[in-house]
Design a protein around this ligand. Structure first.
Ligand code: HAM
Length: 434
């Protein structure tokens, strides 16, 4: 019989990897708390329109990678849904739907969760992946742009990832970008014969995306293409200069990259990506984001500026492993309750339950094995203490054994919780939080 497997491009996060993710999530939560971002959760699927209008119908993310969802069985609502490929559009939908425009601005929200893209799976590119996302609605910047970049870099630093590079660009706004795009189209049209098929098709639908092409034949053309930086209107140029001044004053280092265009259509002005030291390729990007001053209006809200980032947690975990940063230790149960009478699981379970009710980390040996085997398994699991239920029970006592030191002493049952609390506190892992 064939055995079911996790769908291609998805994977189970087994305990070691899940622990790494949880550590990153805790760092993210700590940081967003300090920076004043409030948590939000949006559905894993939305009306497809949210992404078609928000992210853009002519983007890889919508054109090729959207997981469309149907309720099946008649699907009477005739609603077309899609799994979220990214969280920004859904958060904007929620911001408008819940009237958050009437709250004091900026509204600063954060979300950590899985995203879905029907992409060709490869290392660091999955069909279900996790993002740490922050969004600030209602502030035109540029100071908040700098603050958000500092927050992202601080996340990588606290995660222990050295040398993450920030690449920064401004892609203009609705005033200056059309002129630039038309110049760019003319430039590429003049080289139409040299364009690969995909790029030639894109020339009419989204010429900006040609700058992002990975095709080797495109690279010399891209290098000589007109640069957006030379075409910014006065307001965009001032915004970009002020952002850089803020970053310089904060000591944030970055590399200007006038070819950096993002894969989603909603961006205006500030755009950025984060890369591990010395890596360039798209599937290496550890995170990215930017400003989207037209998106809220596009999804039916009042004109409101916004900026945010999404950091790919799967890639951060991979990059940490590649940088030799050791994953955190798995949680260890600090105390194991064992017994001389293999059949007496009632006593062992009762004592372990008392310890756990007092907030201690404990488990009972529930297999009916000999005491020696029970102790062996407790040591193998890395437990620090064993509570041994033996003959002393008749006198209302158990033995508490330090599994590392190999010493043991009798403790009255009424004193057990206090005694284990004291002993666990002495051990590095014995603080009850594991
Ligand atoms: P994005 O650049 O499409 O931006 O994705 C952000 C990050 O998610 C990427 O840099 C990468 O680390 C990770 N990522 C993307 N696709 C995959 C995949 N298939 N497998 C693994 N990791 C992946 C956004 O999603 C925007 N919503 C960011 C943003 C927020 N802009 C403004 N606010």
């Amino acid at each position: 019989m064939s055995r079911p497997q996790a769908p291609r491009g998805t994977r189970d996060l087994l305990p070691t990897e899940r622990t790494s993710f949880l550590r990153l999530e805790a760092i993210a939560r700590g940081l967003t708390d300090r920076y004043g971002y409030q948590p939000i959760e949006t559905p894993l699927f939305e009306q497809a329109e949210v992404f078609e209008r928000g992210v853009g119908a002519v983007t890889d993310v919508v054109e090729k990678e959207l997981f469309r969802v149907s309720a099946g069985r008649g699907d009477t609502e005739r609603e077309r849904w899609a799994l979220r490929p990214e969280p920004t559009a859904g958060m904007v939908r929620a911001y408008i739907q819940h009237g958050m425009q009437t709250l004091p601005q900026p509204v600063k929200l954060t979300l950590i969760g899985p995203m879905f893209r029907y992409d060709r799976p490869q290392a660091g590119r999955y069909r279900q992946f996790w993002q740490f996302d922050v969004e600030a609605f209602g502030d035109t910047g540029p100071a908040i742009d700098a603050e958000i970049l500092d927050l992202a870099l601080r996340f990588y630093a606290e995660a222990g990832l050295p040398g993450v590079e920030l690449r920064l660009n401004s892609i203009g706004d609705r005033v200056c970008r059309p002129g630039y795009i038309s110049e760019l189209s003319d430039y590429f049209a003049a080289h139409a014969d040299a364009l690969p098929e995909l790029e030639r098709a894109r020339l009419t639908t989204s010429p900006l995306r040609l700058l992002d092409s990975k095709d080797a034949a495109m690279q010399p053309l891209i290098a000589a293409a007109p640069s957006i930086t030379d075409h910014l209107c006065t307001e965009c140029a001032q915004h970009f200069a002020a952002l850089r001044a803020h970053l310089d004053a904060m000591g944030v280092t970055y590399r200007l990259d006038p070819r950096l265009v993002r894969g989603l259509d909603y961006y205006t002005r500030t755009t950025f990506e984060f890369f591990p030291q010395g890596r360039e390729g798209q599937q290496d990007a550890l995170g990215g984001g930017g400003r989207y001053d037209g998106l809220i209006e596009l999804l039916g809200g009042r004109p409101t500026p916004g900026i945010g980032f999404g950091l790919g947690l799967d890639r951060v975990v991979l990059a940490l492993a590649a940088a030799g940063v050791t994953p955190p230790e798995l949680g260890i149960v600090a105390t194991v309750v064992v017994g001389a009478d293999p059949a007496d699981t009632v006593t062992r379970l009762r004592i372990a339950t008392q310890l756990r009710a007092a907030g201690l980390s404990a488990r009972a040996e529930l297999g009916q094995r000999k005491l020696g085997k029970q102790l062996e398994s407790a040591s193998r699991d890395g437990a620090h203490l064993a509570v041994i239920c033996g003959d002393e029970m008749a006198a209302g006592q158990v033995l508490v054994r330090d599994l590392q030191a190999g010493t043991q002493r009798p403790v009255a049952l009424g004193e057990l919780v206090r005694e284990i609390q004291r002993s666990q506190a002495q051990h590095r892992h014995g603080d009850g939080s594991r």
